[in-house]
Design a binder for this molecule. Sequence first.
Ligand code: SF4
Ligand code: SF4
Length: 110
Amino acid sequence: MTDSFPCKRCGACCRNIGRIIGTESMVLPNGICKFLDQTSNLCTQYNTRPIFCNVDEFYDKYLFNSITRKEYYLANLKTCEKLRKLENENSDGAISDRPTYDFGYDGASE
Ligand code: SF4
Ligand code: SF4
């Protein structure tokens, strides 16, 4: 596997994981992941982060048979863009109309 997801390291996904079912143990009261370094926007648990945080590993494990990697990247990039747009529209960073996702995460790092 030579491709990798072109993450901009904006941190928008990590600031909005409060709506992902099963992430309660890693979410601060404001919806931001407690493992996010809010200065650098980098994950402090990068090497042991949950699989749903790892775009490429998630694809390789669950989606490689369903959609192309390009389609998957494009769908993810659209979500990244939407998160950034919603954050910009909400000065307090809260995203009230964001959807809820269930990745079946059980709270343990993979
Ligand atoms: S929102 Fe997208 S571009 Fe930003 S850090 Fe998350 S995966 Fe990367
Ligand atoms: S574990 Fe890391 S990559 Fe996953 S949401 Fe938290 S800060 Fe982001």
